[in-house]
Design a binder for this molecule. Structure first.
Ligand SMILES: Nc1ncnc2c1ncn2[C@@H]1O[C@H](COP(=O)(O)OP(=O)(O)OP(=O)(O)O)[C@@H](O)[C@H]1O
Ligand SMILES: Nc1ncnc2c1ncn2[C@@H]1O[C@H](COP(=O)(O)OP(=O)(O)OP(=O)(O)O)[C@@H](O)[C@H]1O
Ligand SMILES: [Mg+2]
Ligand SMILES: [Mg+2]
Lengths: 267, 267
C-alpha cells in the first residue's frame, strides 16, 4: 500500500523543499522505493538532486496539461530507490488554466494512479499557497506534514491551513489526515521556541478523539535543527546524505523519517 | 521631499516585515517622521507595533476599495515619529477586484498623495508576490530594497524581481530605482554565505553606468545577523528597539537605517 505524503505550508521559506528532498532521500536509504514530486513552479526541489531543468524534458506541467504523455515518461532517477518528477516555471500557468476545468482537483490523483504501485512512498513538495496545485496534492494524500518554525508568527498561519485540509477531506478525499508539524531550522536553546512548541503540543492534544483530520496530529520529533549544511547542499546539487552524511542535519532527517514510518504501523 | 521605499521579495519568509518594522522604528528614533504601510494580507506588520486588528477600524483595504474615506483616517500612531496603516486579511480580495479596473496600478499613489507631505519617509511592506499590490508599491516608490538571505536559492529569484522593476520603471514610474539587497538572518561565519555575497556584489557591479534602475544598487551594509530576539519581539508586540535595544539585531537595523540615509545625500 503506497503512502502519499503532502508537505504543505502556505508560508514561504519554512523548509518544505529541504524537508521533501531529504526525507525522500532518507526513505530511499532505508530501502523504500520513493517518488518525490515537485509541485512548485519555483522548481527548487530538483536542485537537491543535481538536476538542472532541460527545455525539452517533460515535467509536472506535462502531468497536468499533456494527457497524451504517459506519467511514467516524467519520472527520472535521482538515486538508488529514489525517483522524482521535476517542475518548471511554466507550472505557474497551470493554476490559472486549471481553474476553468471541472474535476480539476483530481488531475494529479488520476495521473499518478498508474505509477503508484511502483512505489512504497510518494512525497509531494507544495508551493507556498493554498491554491489549485496544493489542493491537488491534498486530494491524493494520505497524510499532511506541515514544515514550520517554532515561532510566534508560524502559529497564526496554521488554522487557515487546517481549514483547507478539512474542506478537502470532507469534499474530495476522505482518507486525508494530518500527521503533524515538522519543526525546521529549529533553535533548541531558545526559550521562546520552547514556549511555542508547548503551545503547539497542547493545541493538537485538544483534538484527540475528535472527528477531525488532525485528531492524531502531533509535533513530530525530532525537530530539524538549524544547520548551514542543509542550506549549502543544494548549491552542490546534493542531498544532505551526499553532502554531509555525519552532520546534525542528516541525523535529524534520518531520525524523522523513522519516526514518520513508525506512525504508519502502530503496534 | 518624501522618500518612499518599497521592501520587496516574491519569496516568502525572507525578512521583509521584520525589516520594514525595525527600519521604520530606526528612522523614527533618528527623528524622521515615518509612515509604514502594510500591503500584505497576512497582516504581520502591525504585530511589531502591538496592534491587533479591530473589525471596525479602517485598513489598507479601505485605501484601495473605499474612496470616500480620507486616507488620513487610516493612519494610526505607533510610536513617537512613527505612524502606520495596518492591513487585514480581506486585502487578499483586492488583488482580484483591482485586476478589472483601468489605472489600477496607481491607486496607492493617488491615495497616499494627500498625506505624503506629513512624512519624511514612507516604507511599504510588500506581500510575497509580484502581483497587483506589489506593482502598486513599485508605482509610488523612489527606491526598492530587497530583503533576502545570502543563500544559493535566493539569487535565483532576484532576476525575476528586477524584470518586474524594469517593467514598472519604463511604463509607470520613471523615478523608480533599486537601492540594493538587505541581507537578513545573516550567518557571518559561513563561507557559503561569503561566496554568495561576493557573487551578489559582482552581479551589481556589472550594471554601474548602465541605464537600468539598479545601476546604483549594492549589497547594503551591514547585514542583519540572525538573532532570535528579532523573532521574539513581535510576539510581545514590540519593535527590537523596545524589546532588546542593546542586542545585535537593534544595532544592525540602526546602522542599516543610517547607511540607507547616507545614500540619499551623497556629498
Ligand atoms: N534546517 C535548516 N538549517 C538551515 N537552513 C535551512 C534549513 N532548512 C531550510 N533551510 C534554508 O532555508 C531556506 C528555505 O528553505 P526551503 O526552500 O526548504 O523552504 P520552502 O518552504 O520550500 O520555501 P518556498 O515556500 O519558497 O517553497 C533555503 O535557503 C534552505 O536552504
Ligand atoms: N535577523 C533575524 N533573526 C532571526 N529571525 C528572524 C530575523 N529576521 C526575521 N526573522 C524571523 O523570520 C521569519 C520571517 O521573517 P518575516 O516575517 O520578516 O519575513 P517576510 O519576508 O515578511 O515573510 P512573508 O513573505 O511571509 O511576508 C519571522 O518568524 C521572523 O521573526
Ligand atoms: Mg519550496
Ligand atoms: Mg511579511
Amino acid at each position: 500500500h503506497t503512502r502519499v505524503i503532502a508537505l504543505l505550508n502556505q508560508k514561504g521559506g519554512v523548509g518544505k523543499t529541504t524537508s521533501t528532498a531529504n526525507l525522500g532521500a532518507a526513505f530511499a536509504l532505508a530501502g523504500l522505493r520513493t517518488l518525490v514530486v515537485d509541485l512548485d513552479p519555483q522548481s527548487n526541489l530538483s536542485l537537491h538532486f543535481g538536476h538542472e531543468p532541460a527545455a525539452d524534458q517533460p515535467t509536472v506541467r506535462d502531468l497536468f496539461m499533456n494527457p497524451d504523455l504517459a506519467s511514467s515518461e516524467m519520472i527520472r532517477v535521482a538515486r538508488e530507490n529514489l525517483w522524482f518528477i521535476p517542475s518548471d516555471t511554466e507550472l505557474a500557468l497551470v493554476e490559472g488554466e486549471l481553474a476553468l476545468q471541472p474535476n480539476m482537483q483530481h488531475i494529479l490523483a488520476e495521473r499518478l494512479a498508474p505509477v503508484m504501485s511502483s512505489f512504497d512512498v510518494v512525497l509531494l513538495d507544495c508551493p507556498p499557497s493554498l491554491g489549485v496545485l496544493t489542493v491537488n496534492a491534498l486530494t491524493i494524500a494520505d497524510e499532511v506534514i506541515v514544515p514550520t518554525q517554532a515561532q510566534y508568527l508560524a502559529l497564526r498561519g496554521l488554522e487557515k491551513l487546517l481549514e483547507t485540509v478539512l474542506l478537502v477531506q470532507r469534499a474530495l478525499n476522505p482518507r486525508l489526515t494530518v500527521a503533524g508539524v515538522l519543526l525546521c531550522m529549529h533553535e533548541s536553546q531558545s526559550s521562546h521556541g520552547k514556549a511555542v512548541v508547548e503551545e503547539m503540543d497542547s493545541y493538537f492534544a485538544k483534538y484527540r478523539g475528535s472527528e477531525l483530520p488532525w485528531q492524531n496530529a502531533e509535533v513530530l520529533r525530532p525537530a530539524v535543527r538549524r544547520n548551514i549544511k542543509l542550506a549549502e547542499a543544494p548549491s552542490f546539487g546534493q542531498t544532505i546524505f551526499d553532502y554531509a552524511p555525519t552532520c546534525a542535519g542528516a541525523a535529524d532527517y534520518r531520525a524523522l523519517a523513522e519516526a514518520i514510518r513508525r506512525r504508519w504501523k502502530p503496534l
